[in-house]
Design a protein around this ligand. Structure first.
Ligand SMILES: Cc1cc2nc3c(=O)[nH]c(=O)nc-3n(C[C@H](O)[C@H](O)[C@H](O)COP(=O)(O)OP(=O)(O)OC[C@H]3O[C@@H](n4cnc5c(N)ncnc54)[C@H](O)[C@@H]3O)c2cc1C
Length: 441
């Protein structure tokens, strides 16, 4: 019996969920083909814990073939979608071109780092979107602190021990909160050299940290960050980045070798090239996640501008919570279009709140509108992640127990070099060819 081929481009929150549901509910009638650059689903919300040496990288990577036994995985990155011939053109990990024809298509390619036209940022900053960047940052922090301990010049010592994070959304806030704890742990473990005092700065142009979330979460996060010694500067941005430091908007020059760029994301450029309607770079879909004029094309997650039926006139925010649920709706509506499910359903989801892990036992969360802080929020946040992860739960739990009982391992393996994780890479997993490494690394 010939099966209808559904190609899913991108196996993140939305694509992975869609594949899982189609696999479970429609595999007799549907051939699910998943095109993704890597053979794993990446649980992005725990990436700051990888950078902070709490979780091993494999803990946040869930095997696609291991958990989707009936889907066909094609390793590669879509370069172009030809809507008229219903073909996805891609390149595989060895840069060979390939083609996939489809009957139905789900586009779930997520988002990429957002660059701002600030001199020097593209050359001297690193983003935080994938495993290579998290591993790079972990090694880089250790390396800078080790070099600082043995630097004879006090100015160089302080510059190497200074870390600047730009963007105080949930990514930047968690990176700074976890990073400050990690740096302190590294310094505590150093036996030789000068005593180093790590300094972390967190900048945002907005007037509070976590500007897109509930104000009570902002207040909690701000308090924890400052208590931990993070220099939080709101209403502040970067004017220029150089090899030796960062020039702030108010004219202050902060000597540093570390600039982490977390100013947000924009949808994957693949969407722009489709020649379809977009809304701030996201592909316009109707409330059934269907692309108008193309009954065979659906989109979900960060890459799609999905009308938010709970807030008329707005689009759903770019969060894992929405992407995961939209994956389910996309799968269901594809099935409905193929006559395998009843009526298609519109996507409607009331936000369940947000949870921010601030490291140690600290967190900030507002599940179902209840504002939590301190160890309770920390426990709720970790409990939420354990429930939300589609695999590796025992391993993640085991790493957390080890973290509570043992000192962190602060060694730099040096496997990801600066040039392998340039800020302007659309898809960091594919950035395997190193550019010239940054001097000073
Ligand atoms: C560090 C970090 C922490 C976060 N923390 C939270 C959090 O705590 N809570 C929360 O709600 N949200 C969080 N987010 C945001 C959340 O992760 C995203 O909103 C969510 O991942 C979007 O899901 P998606 O399926 O649209 O895209 P993604 O999960 O990003 O998946 C996209 C997939 O498409 C693949 N892909 C990209 N381009 C191509 C191509 N051309 N061809 C084939 N495949 C391609 C990618 O490799 C990836 O596998 C965080 C994001 C980051 C970066």
């Amino acid at each position: 019996m010939s099966r209808t081929r559904v190609v899913i481009v991108g196996a993140g929150f939305a694509g992975y969920r869609a594949a899982r549901i189609l696999n479970r509910t429609a595999r007799r009638h549907v051939e699910v083909v998943l095109l993704n650059p890597t053979d794993y689903f990446l649980y992005l919300p725990l990436l700051p814990q990888v950078a902070a040496g709490i979780l091993e990288p494999r803990r946040v990577s869930v095997s696609l073939t291991g958990t989707l036994p009936h889907a066909k995985l094609v390793l590669g990155e879509a370069q172009r979608v030809d809507l008229s011939s219903r073909t996805v053109h891609f390149t595989d990990p060895e840069d060979r071109p390939g083609e996939l024809s489809y009957d139905m298509l789900i586009l779930s390619v997520g988002s990429v780092n957002r660059l701002l036209p600030i001199p020097g940022v593209a050359e001297h900053a690193h983003g935080f979107r994938g495993l290579p960047e998290a591993l790079y940052l972990r090694d880089h922090v250790v390396r800078q602190l080790e070099l600082a301990a043995h630097a004879s010049d006090p100015a160089e010592r302080q510059a190497r021990a200074t870390f600047v994070v730009v963007g105080a959304g949930y990514t930047g806030t968690e990176v700074a909160a976890q990073g400050a704890m990690f740096a302190d742990a590294v310094v505590r473990g150093e036996q030789a050299g000068e005593r180093v005092s790590p300094r972390w700065l967190l900048l945002d142009i907005a007037d509070r940290v976590l500007p897109e979330l509930d104000e009570r979460l902002s207040r909690t996060a701000d308090r924890v960050l400052r208590k931990r010694g993070v220099d939080v500067r709101t209403g502040m941005s970067v004017k220029e980045a150089t090899r030796d430091g960062v020039l702030l908007q108010d004219g202050e020059f902060v000597p540093t070798r570390s600039l982490v760029w977390c100013v947000g994301v924009r949808p994957d450029p693949l969407v722009d090239d489709l020649g379809l309607d977009t809304e701030r770079g996201r592909l316009v879909v109707d409330s059934f996640l269907n692309v108008p004029g193309h009954p065979e094309v659906f989109a979900a997650g960060d890459a799609a501008a999905v009308p938010d039926l709970t807030r008329p006139g707005e689009f759903t925010p770019m969060t894992a919570q929405h992407a995961w649920r939209q994956g389910k709706t996309a799968a269901r509506n594809v099935s409905a279009r193929l006559g395998l499910a009843a009526e298609p359903r519109p996507y409607e989801h009331h936000d369940l709140g947000f949870a921010v892990d601030l490291g140690g036992v600290q967190g900030a969360a507002n599940p179902l509108g209840a504002s939590l802080s301190g160890p309770l929020a920390g426990a709720v946040t970790r409990g939420y992640h354990l429930m939300a992860m589609p695999g590796n739960r025992v391993r993640v739990g085991a790493d957390w127990l080890l973290e509570a009982a043992l000192p962190r391992q602060a060694v730099q393996l040096g496997m990801v070099r600066s040039g392998s994780v340039p800020l302007d890479t659309a898809s960091p997993e594919l950035a395997r060819v190193p550019r010239t490494d940054r001097p000073g690394d």
